[in-house]
Ligand binder design. Structure first.
Ligand code: NAD
Ligand code: IPM
Ligand code: MN
Length: 339
């Protein structure tokens, strides 16, 4: 099958890190057809709309999308582009893996190695879009459905089975009835698969994850809790610049770094490209290109081990220099092996 990838750089550092990730795809998977799609705040400033029907059509014509980051435009009526895309493609499972790296100058480095995945429901909960604001009141409906709770837990079960680990359900069922609903359905789904599980309240989860990340393997949670826990987990491994993600549905997927457009460092060539590069690793896995995925992981680990990293990780290298080192590793070590 001819693989077509929609490439959305977006805004800010999205325009710096996605071109770096694309360089690596072009080397490892030269047959992929890359389709640029302009979406984001820049487009909104130029045309008055951040995403058009034609952009969505282009994405639909592709097998999957590689996405940078979009700046939220300063417009009170703006509806998030990402949320629209997640709904349009029903990208219900947001998979966010966290791996411990030895970061030599990290301000915070947990004592023991760890590896866990946050499986975040991506289309409902407090992101339902059902909102009302009047002069005196504002409400957002936290909508959870049986189907939504079941299918996100099924994804967590699949990942736990592959890794041969248990699952932690994280919720706030001591307060929220909607989380009693989520907890019960998640637990019933996990039991059917004969997988071990425990439960941790989301506030305590933040605490335990910082203190004992090695105790967790697969964490399944609802949309906003997963969003917040994701950035906390990013700080644990050395920063947002290291964290990729995949948003998947049955037939489509979007791969993006967890970070945003980082306006504070945009245009300086110091954004860490690793989150975007590891997002292409996740894309290769989803597309069945496991050899390329493994090569990308090794090359990233090589750069980190040799401290060829950007300032967020205490390094002195630029965005492009880090990518150059990764590409050099790929070309020297792996192309020799492939011959
Ligand atoms: P952010 O993730 O852009 O930045 C948070 C902090 O992390 C900043 O200090 C930034 O410099 C740093 N950082 C992030 N990525 C980095 C990288 N690759 N290398 C080095 N440092 C990095 O979050 P924010 O500042 O809250 O949001 C900025 C804009 O991005 C907002 O408009 C927000 O709505 C949007 N946003 C978009 C997405 C997305 O499109 N996926 C995700 C989150 C935020
Ligand atoms: C993320 C982002 C998005 C979210 C925003 C930009 C809509 O923070 O992908 O983590 O809240 O899901
Ligand atoms: Mn987020």
């Amino acid at each position: 099958m001819n693989i077509k990838v929609a490439v959305v750089e977006g805004d800010g550092i999205g325009r710096e890190v996605i071109p770096e990730a694309v360089k690596i795809i072009k080397i490892l998977e030269p047959d992929f057809e890359l389709v640029p799609v302009e979406i984001g705040c820049g487009k909104w400033e130029r045309t008055g709309t951040a995403i058009s029907k034609e952009d969505l059509d282009l994405m639909h014509e592709c097998t999957c999308t590689l996405f940078g980051a979009v700046t939220t435009p300063p417009d009170p009526n703006y509806k998030s582009v990402l949320l629209r895309i997640r709904k349009e493609f029903d990208l219900y499972a947001n998979i966010r893996p966290y791996k411990y790296y030895q970061i030599k100058s990290s301000p915070y480095q947990p004592a023991k190695p760890f590896e866990f995945v946050i499986v975040r429901e991506n289309t409902e909960g407090l992101y339902s879009g059902i909102e009302k604001i009047t002069k005196d009141e504002a409400t957002t409906t936290r909508l959870l459905t049986r189907k939504g709770c079941e299918r996100i837990t099924e994804i967590a079960c699949k990942i736990a089975s592959q890794k041969n680990t248990g699952i932690t359900i994280s919720h706030k069922a001591n307060v929220l009835k909607s989380d009693v609903f989520f907890r019960n359905i998640a637990a019933q789904t996990i039991v059917k698969h004969n997988i071990a599980y425990n439960e941790v309240y989301i506030d305590a989860m933040a605490y335990h994850l910082v203190l004992h990340p090695q105790n967790y393997h697969v964490i399944v949670t609802t949309n906003l809790f997963g969003d917040i826990l994701s950035d906390l987990a990013a700080a644990l491994i050395g920063g947002l610049g290291l964290c990729p993600s995949a948003s998947i549905s049955e037939g489509y997927a979007l791969f993006e770094p967890i970070h945003g457009s980082a306006p504070d460092i945009a245009g300086c060539n110091i954004a860490n490209p690793i989150a975007a590069i590891l997002s292409t690793k996740m894309m290769c896995e989803w597309l069945g290109k496991h050899e390329s995925a493994a090569i990308i992981q090794q090359a990233v680990e090589y750069a980190i081990l040799h401290q060829i990293v950007t300032p967020d990780l205490g390094g002195v290298y630029t965005t492009t220099q880090v990518t150059e080192a990764i590409i050099k590793y790929i070309k020297t070590v792996h192309f020799v092996c492939r011959e």
